[in-house]
Design a binder for this molecule. Structure first.
Ligand code: UD1
Ligand code: UDP
Length: 348
């Protein structure tokens, strides 16, 4: 069996770290990096830290508008898919790298396997929602992280190839060691700081929302640690909002995976619009305030493990001051990577 895997953005390198090593025990895997994320701190760091195999192909597409970026990826992927002729194309999540791989494979009639299938925010203004819906509807094997995701696919008429695999991010989190010296090196005390991440287009490209978030952070009791996505750094600079953050907000560069898990696990609260970070923090039992109006991880909100707080200053402050939420028990009967790799073996 030959599997061709497409990755391109930070959370995909992290997910590949779970699947690729297991896949390579007996399977020929070709790894393609689209180049959607290219800064060393958004890409190389994860390959090195998590032992993700080096990509066989690097498309270097870089940043562009959605149409332009997706088109560049597709024209880079098509000749590779034709040359490699894989038995199946493996895709993760909901980025433009995911969608481009799905479209090219489907048109070449190569089967598509989608890890993290069935998640929905029901907000079609969100680029990720378009990417995940379209990918699921051309996928042949759909690996669902939650029961809700599998039920959603059923409601959309997708019944074949739906597998309840569990969440590969949970598997990695369970085996990740913390870095004990990290907090002292940042002069932070356990349970005495907030952790923030922001990168969603709906927040970075909407000045009202960005101002709401900045205002709330400036008003919260510090220290607040913010490993800043390059997109957000650019927007804050352009909007001249960087100085409005105030002295309690410590802006740092994006950090590695183990550093991030260490920071999440010791925080007194996590404010984020990231899918991965909200899930990890909830699993670690840390209160999560989701800086969005909806989430695709609805189970967290339904079970009271995360709170939707939008991007409105008053709403964010009010929620953070009221905190405690229930931790999500992190338990896996079977490793999602085992279920996924076994299923691929069975079908291809
Ligand atoms: C992308 C995904 C999003 C995912 C996120 C993970 C899409 C539509 N979005 O969002 O689903 O949650 O990755 O982090 O695929 N930039 C750099 N250096 C980099 C990468 C990006 O400076 O290495 C800057 C560029 O200005 C770029 C902007 O960030 O225009 C946005 O990058 P892009 O990959 O388009 O979207 P993300 O917000 O990272
Ligand atoms: N992450 C990281 N360093 C950071 C920010 C996030 O290692 O500075 C990790 C985080 O722990 C999670 C993943 O990146 O595992 C989430 O990626 P991101 O927030 O970029 O994307 P999303 O999950 O929203 O698609």
């Amino acid at each position: 069996m030959k599997v061709l895997t497409v990755v391109g953005a930070r959370p995909q390198f992290i997910k590949a770290a779970v699947i690729s090593p297991r896949l390579r025990q007996g399977v020929d895997e070709v790894l393609v990096h689209t180049g959607q994320h290219y800064d060393a701190l958004m890409s190389d760091v994860f390959f090195a830290e998590l032992n993700v195999p080096a990509p066989n192909y690097q498309l270097n597409v870089g940043s562009a508008s959605h149409g332009e970026q997706t088109a560049r990826m597709m024209s880079g992927l098509e000749p590779i898919f034709m040359h490699e002729a894989p038995d199946v194309v493996l895709l993760y999540g909901d980025t433009n790298s995911t969608l481009s791989g799905a479209l090219v494979a489907a048109k070449l009639t190569i089967p598509v396997a989608h890890v993290e299938a069935g998640l929905r925010s029901f907000n079609r203004a969100m680029p990720e929602e378009i990417n995940r819906v379209l990918t699921d509807h051309v996928a042949d094997r759909l690996y669902c992280p939650t029961e809700g995701a599998a039920l959603q696919l059923q409601q959309e008429g997708i019944v074949n190839g739906v597998i309840r695999s569990g969440d590969v991010m949970d598997e990695l989190l369970l085996q990740t060691r913390r870095i004990p010296e990290l907090l002292p090196s940042l002069q932070l005390e356990p349970q005495a700081y907030y952790l923030v991440t922001v990168h969603r287009q709906e927040n970075t490209d909407d000045l009202d929302r960005l101002q709401g978030i900045v205002g709330a952070l400036a008003a919260l009791p510090g220290p607040i640690v913010w490993p800043m996505h390059p997109r957000t750094a650019k927007r804050l600079q352009e909007a001249r909002l960087m100085d409005r953050l105030g002295p309690s907000v410590r802006r740092i560069d994006p950090v590695g995976y183990r550093e991030m898990i260490t920071l999440e696990s010791q925080a007194k609260g996590v404010l984020t619009d990231s899918g991965g970070v909200q899930r990890e923090a909830a699993a670690l039992g840390v209160p999560v305030y989701v800086l969005r109006n909806e989430t695709e991880w609805t189970d967290l909100v339904d079970e009271g493990r995360a709170m939707l707080v939008g991007a409105d200053l008053g709403r964010i402050l009010d929620a953070v001051m009221r905190s405690p939420m229930k931790p999500r028990a992190l338990h896996l009967d079977r490793r999602p990577s085992e279920i996924i790799v076994e299923d691929l073996h069975r079908h291809y």
